[in-house]
Design a protein around this ligand. Structure first.
Ligand code: CA
Length: 227
């Protein structure tokens, strides 16, 4: 498999250089630009796996860049914002950003979010079980093992659990979960996701009303508690 390409759109030079270097070290092919107009040129010419986008660019409003990007590519957009604003974040997610990190961010967390964003929309059965603090998933047979007890999962329940396990404790946004579990362009919404999360909890949680594994982060998404 060839390395995924990442487009970094960040005008703050030290941060742009740090991202460029760290992402290359992580094995990605990286293109870094500082202006919205250059981002668009690259998006039209080239195919990227993920776009990392600073919302505060010198020549364009970041939200405008998201709109333009969505018109020419299906690559997921992870917004990097200096603004500590819940409204800003919800607005970015509303117009199609897939995920959001706030400066200053931890590189390990950003890499986890990139792995989640790059994941193919439908799962391929994993050959082996993965384990997470008392919880294991055998994706091929769609069985979870909770404290040693096997539980059968539906296809979507297994896909949700596998996605959250792969994120290793990082929050996965509602829109990203829907895209992975229901497929790109589906009309499933947050309510469908809540129902699915509820079904999964009834199977894997010792006490579904007080979840130990599947944690909802209001307005953001879900994460798997691995403590
Ligand atoms: Ca900036």
């Amino acid at each position: 498999m060839s390395a995924a390409k990442i487009l970094v759109v960040e005008d703050e030079e030290p941060l742009a250089r740090m991202l460029d270097t760290s992402l290359r070290q992580a094995g990605y092919v990286v293109t870094t630009v500082g202006r919205g107009v250059d981002a668009l040129k690259h998006l039209i010419r080239d195919e990227f796996g993920v776009i990392l986008l600073d919302l505060g660019l010198p020549d364009a409003d970041g939200k405008e860049v998201i709109n333009q990007a969505k018109a020419v590519t299906r690559a997921p957009v992870i917004v990097i914002s200096a603004r500590d604003s819940e409204r800003e974040k919800i607005a970015a997610l509303d117009i199609g950003a897939n995920d959001y990190v706030q400066k200053p961010f931890d590189m390990g967390e950003l890499l986890a979010r990139i792995r989640v964003a790059l994941r193919p929309p439908r799962i391929r059965p994993a050959l082996e079980s993965r384990s997470d603090a008392g919880l294991q998933l055998d994706a091929a047979s769609r069985r979870a093992i909770v404290d040693g007890k096997p539980v059968r999962l539906s296809k979507k329940e297994a896909e949700l659990l596998q996605l959250l396990m792969e994120a290793r404790g990082v929050i996965v946004s509602h829109s990203r979960i829907i895209e992975v579990v229901w497929g790109p362009g589906s009309d499933a919404d947050a309510m469908n996701l809540r129902v699915l999360a509820w079904q999964l909890r009834r199977k894997i949680e010792p006490d579904a009303a007080n979840p130990r594994f599947l944690i909802a982060e209001a307005g953001e998404g879900y994460r798997l508690n691995t403590d």
